[in-house]
Write a protein that binds this ligand. Structure first.
Ligand code: ACO
Length: 327
């Protein structure tokens, strides 16, 4: 039987503590006005001491399982996208697996920085279409606050912590919406270009410095690549499905910068009210930002059955990608 992946549940979790721009302006030479004008960010959530990426991921995963109406024991695989694992090894996904009381199936992490969730979803989709698994828990979870240089105003104002998760189910590829359209993940599109590793990176790692390192970014250059790469992967994704931009109900973009999100909408000729935007409250939560935004838009009723939803992201690597799905 030919199979298709269908997202049947989602969930998310944000740490309790909120850090406003005003609070950051007391720490580094910045202002609320500068941050809002250049990025759209007003606040971010920051994990408490002793609260790890795995804890955020577990909370989001439990909510996604409840939303899907399935037991953890139904999960065959956990794929967790993160750049901020609890430890260099083992994979944080295995901690989630244990916390959910699972000892069967398999769990591993995916590292593609801010594109991580799209990469993880693409991997899950391929496992499902190959017939190897029935239910996959795909998670994006980050504690970026732990790898920020809190004295570097050009990066510390941009990021936040959080987690989002989806449950993906293998269903026959004849699965349709009420309107008779194919339901589920229609395609995924991944890209990377390692010539640009230095534009966005941490200045440490297990094999180089033996330390974790801090985020370093050539913001302007990354911005330039983001606008070009996101427009091109969105065009590719729509063309692969014979769709045009007017047919898209919602774009759920990675939340790096409001100006990038609005620029992408303009390039596609879409009104910006078709973009799900959470950056004001969440900032850039890297691999967590898409599932966080998706969960919000599903729960508040913006994304409804039958809607055509496009996910897109770009991050360190450089990596970028998109996914097209019918909810
Ligand atoms: N407060 C006040 N001033 C600041 C701050 C701050 N927090 N940060 C930088 N500045 C200053 C700079 O020092 C510079 O001053 P100068 O002109 O005197 O040198 C000035 O503001 C302009 O700085 P730019 O870096 O040119 O500002 P820009 O308009 O490019 O905005 C930003 C910076 C927000 C980082 C933007 O470039 C951006 O969003 N880049 C893309 C980020 C992104 O998409 N990342 C990808 C995903 S992230 C991931 O994968 C981990």
């Amino acid at each position: 039987m030919t199979l298709r992946s269908v997202i049947v549940g989602c969930g998310s979790y944000l740490p309790e503590r909120v850090v406003t721009n005003a609070e950051l302006a007391r720490r580094v030479d910045t202002t609320d006005e500068w941050i809002v004008e250049r990025t759209g960010i007003r606040q971010r959530h920051v994990a408490a001491e002793g609260e790890f990426t795995s804890h955020l991921a577990i909370n989001a995963a439990r909510k996604a399982l409840a939303h899907a109406g399935i037991d953890a024991t139904d999960i065959d695989a956990i794929i967790l996208a993160t750049t901020t694992p609890d430890q260099t090894f083992p994979a944080t996904a295995t901690r989630v697996q244990a916390a959910l009381g699972l000892s069967g199936g398999f769990a591993f992490d995916v590292q593609a920085v801010c594109s991580g969730f799209i990469y993880a979803l693409a991997v899950a989709d391929n496992f499902i279409r190959a017939g190897q698994v029935r239910h996959v828990l795909v998670i994006g979870a980050e504690t970026f606050s732990r790898i920020l240089d809190w004295n570097d105003r050009s990066t510390c104002v941009l990021f936040g912590d959080g987690a989002g998760a989806v449950v993906v189910r293998a269903m026959p590829d004849t699965t349709q919406t009420a309107e008779g359209r194919p339901r589920g993940i229609l395609s995924t599109h991944l890209h990377s270009d390692g010539r640009f590793t230095d534009l966005l990176r941490v200045d440490g790692g297990p094999s180089t410095t033996g330390s974790t390192g801090h985020v370093r970014m050539e913001g302007k250059e990354v911005f330039r690549h983001a606008v070009v790469n996101l427009a091109s992967v969105l065009e590719e994704a729509l063309m692969a499905n014979g769709l045009n931009a007017a047919e898209v109900d919602w774009i759920v973009p990675h939340q790096a910068n409001k100006r990038i999100i609005e620029g992408t909408a303009r390039k596609l000729g879409l009104s910006s009210d078709r973009m799900v935007v959470t950056i004001e409250r969440h900032a850039n939560t890297s691999a967590a930002s898409i599932p966080l935004a998706l969960d919000e838009a599903v729960r508040d009723g913006r994304i409804r059955p039958g809607h055509l939803v496009v996910l897109e992201a770009m991050g360190g690597g450089l990596t970028w990608g998109a996914g097209v799905l019918r909810w």
